[in-house]
Ligand binder design. Structure first.
Ligand SMILES: CC(C)(COP(=O)(O)OP(=O)(O)OC[C@H]1O[C@@H](n2cnc3c(N)ncnc32)[C@H](O)[C@@H]1OP(=O)(O)O)[C@@H](O)C(=O)NCCC(=O)NCCS
Length: 324
């Protein structure tokens, strides 16, 4: 038995924040953001809209696409760093909203790599007997963004993507997954306050320590190196080469990072799925949203060889190779 993605879905909030809107909030310009990141707009949640709300909508679309009902789901894995509450797991709120009565549910924290990490776990469970695992990436990055910090506030967006991973026979499906981490680099991207090290207090709020702090330039270099390395490792493990790939669906953080990776791999840019111009970096949601769009645009069809590639806080990096 292999695990395969049998349905996908995505959802982004209705409210759009353009680069022009950001020009009125911090000392930035549409030209700077577009040239340095490739981002033109991002969706952000309205008041009262939270991680589970986005996740439920993406999941319902994925279940519909897979033509299974919520009661068929054995497990829900939600990749997020912006859950509704510190406790309980937001996956449980989604489980209840979907009516997935038989499903186990938990959250997974691996930042922007969360979806690929969760996909890897789903793959392992399917190989040992589960039938259907619902893997969701849902993020409300706007809730942990310092809207006065131009270094970070232009980069992120909110959204959710989901995939139904099901047991399947034949030679298609998830061929392999590859997961890495290096905690020595944890300070490159972190939310320093609000956890058990520095519980919520006046200092945390005053200094906005409950928001993302990032060393962008150093992160950029590590991202390019690790994405290239893990892509090569993944292809080698499957005795395939870059020219075998039909589509690369990477984490959508910065178009310059992805152009550099494609260039180093010798992969034509037409084979790289890009949608960060519309959504920015939606962390764990970015890959499943991009995957869902690529499928709906007909860029992935039966037989396509698709590679997912992610990097993020931790630091973590990860990949998956899938024969459609
Ligand atoms: C953040 C990032 C876009 C910055 O681009 P960069 O080319 O590295 O730019 P630098 O950080 O060197 O900053 C260059 C200048 O632009 C300024 N700047 C930063 N953000 C700005 C903004 N939104 N508007 C205008 N100027 C800005 C900086 O203050 C700096 O000015 P200085 O030279 O006067 O000090 C880029 O480093 C990046 O994308 N890194 C990876 C981040 C990432 O992917 N994180 C998520 C991982 S999942």
């Amino acid at each position: 038995m292999r695990a395969h993605i049998t349905g996908t879905g995505s959802y982004v909030p209705a409210k759009i924040l353009s680069n022009a809107d950001l020009e009125n909030m911090v000392a930035t310009s549409d030209q700077w953001i577009t040239e340095r990141t490739g981002i033109r707009a991002r969706a952000v949640c309205g008041p009262g809209e939270a991680c589970s709300d986005l996740g439920v909508k993406a999941a319902q679309r994925a279940l519909e696409d897979a033509k299974i009902s919520a009661s068929d789901v054995d497990m829900i894995l939600l990749a997020t760093c912006t859950g509704d509450y510190p406790l309980p797991a937001t996956a449980c709120l989604i489980q209840q909203q979907l009516g997935a009565k038989r499903a186990a549910a938990c959250d997974l924290s691996a930042a922007c790599c969360g979806f690929v990490y969760a996909l890897s776990i789903a793959d392992a469970y399917i190989r040992t007997g589960m039938r259907h695992v619902l893997v969701i990436g849902s993020e409300v990055m706007s809730a942990i963004t310092d809207w006065t910090d131009r270094n970070t506030c232009v980069l992120f967006g909110d959204g959710a993507g989901a995939a139904v991973v099901s047991a399947t026979e034949g030679d298609h499906g998830i061929l392999s997954t590859h997961l890495r981490s290096d905690g020595a680099l944890w300070e490159l991207i972190a939310v320093p306050g609000g956890g058990s090290r520095l519980p919520p207090c006046e200092k945390v709020l005053a200094e906005k320590l409950n928001c993302i702090k990032m060393k962008g330039n150093e992160t950029f270099k590590v991202a390019v190196r690790t994405l290239e390395e893990i892509a090569r490792e993944t292809l080698t493990a499957n005795r395939l080469t870059v020219s075998d790939l039909d589509l690369y669906v990477p984490h959508q953080a910065n178009v310059r990072i992805l152009k550099a990776v494609a260039d180093r791999l010798g992969l034509p840019l037409e084979k790289v799925m890009l949608n960060l111009d519309r959504y920015g970096n939606t962390s764990a949601a970015s890959i499943p949203i991009a995957l869902d769009e690529a499928i709906r645009q007909g860029r992935i069809t039966k037989g396509s060889l698709v590679m997912l590639g992610a990097f993020g806080a931790g630091l973590t990096w990860a990949s998956a190779l899938i024969r459609w």
